[in-house]
Design a protein around this ligand. Structure first.
Ligand SMILES: [Zn+2]
Length: 82
């Protein structure tokens, strides 16, 4: 197995939670519920006419999100020096 696999971000899904982690942070975010009576697991629906917008369903949108920072992100290398 190449080393790149170990360096890639990890995404785990357990129930209606999604855990994603890489070397910079660990994130635990909620996912739409499959048996949600409103969105049926889609996480939202389209509203509006000419310019429809995605309306987030309350089954996941208002749940807390956990984020742990690990290593500080490196500064962008292409920042112009003064
Ligand atoms: Zn829902």
């Amino acid at each position: 197995m190449p080393v790149t696999v170990a360096a890639a971000a990890v995404v785990l899904k357990a129930g209606h939670w999604r855990l994603s982690a890489d070397r910079y942070r660990i994130e635990l975010t909620s996912q739409p519920r499959h048996h949600c009576p409103q969105c049926r697991g889609a996480g939202g629906w389209w509203v509006g006419g000419a310019n429809p917008e995605m309306e987030a369903c309350g089954c996941w949108a208002y749940r807390p999100q956990l984020r742990l920072r690990l290593l500080p992100r490196p500064k962008a290398a292409d920042e112009p020096p003064f």
